[in-house]
Design a protein around this ligand. Structure first.
Ligand code: DX5
Ligand code: ZN
Length: 216
């Protein structure tokens, strides 16, 4: 099954609960939660209180994308807040294997994100441990950027590695996914599509439904 994970970064923060409900009611299976620390990426987004407030709003899977330095410091906190999947950046972890084990020890699903310029080889020894790989299709930090076309090649290569190793690891893309780019990502073999502005700018229900139709 192909999954839509709307990124709340582009939602109306004054009406966050209502916006998330609309996306989920339209069929989005996950909610993508972008945590930014102003260090790993330029912006500061939100943290603990916002996620805690949002947790009772929906039963949808909370897909937490940590764009923060040394994320191991906060894995337990995010697990307690109700994250289901915790994604850390390979570039932000000095001890990537340790952080993956920490996420598993909390009973959560571990995922690793790689920036556009980061090669797949950083995953060679940890791939078997991962629930999902997030192939960033923009440089992280902001919503509304353009899809970087060479990332499709990376998705195809990763798909082939996953197949060759007989794994069930999901491939997620994040950044610049919209009605113009989603077909290319789907054809490259993506399982989970993050979309921020393409869902939350305009008619949320219609946007989510249109994107879901393209991936099913
Ligand atoms: C970017 C974030 C994304 C962002 C995507 O650093 O990780 O999740 O919200 O936004 P769009 O879909 O508008 O490119
Ligand atoms: Zn994200």
């Amino acid at each position: 099954m192909k999954i839509l994970s709307p990124s709340i970064l582009s939602a109306d923060f004054a009406n966050l609960g209502a916006d998330v409900k609309k996306a989920v009611e339209a069929g989005a299976q996950w909610v993508h939660i972008d945590v930014m620390d102003g260090m790993f990426v330029p912006q500061i987004s939100f943290g603990n209180p916002v996620i805690t407030a949002l947790r009772p709003v929906t039963d949808a899977v909370f897909d937490v994308h940590l764009m923060i330095e040394d994320p191991g410091r906060y894995v337990e906190d995010f697990a307690k807040m109700g994250a289901d999947i915790i994604t850390v950046h390979a570039e932000a972890c000095t001890h990537l294997d340790r952080v993956i084990q920490q996420i598993k020890a909390c009973g959560k699903k571990p995922a690793v994100a790689i920036n556009p310029a980061t090669p797949l080889s950083v995953l060679d020894y940890v791939l078997d441990d991962l629930y999902m790989v997030l192939v960033m299709t923009v440089n992280p930090g902001f919503g509304g950027q353009s899809y970087i076309p060479y990332c499709s090649k990376k998705v195809r290569e990763l798909k082939a590695i996953i197949k060759e190793r007989n794994l069930e690891t999901l491939i997620q893309v994040d950044g610049g996914i919209n009605m113009k780019t989603i077909d290319e990502a789907r054809d490259a073999g993506v399982d989970v599509f993050v979309a921020g502005s393409a869902v939350f700018v305009g008619d949320i229900e219609a946007n989510a439904k249109a994107l879901l139709e393209r991936i099913q």
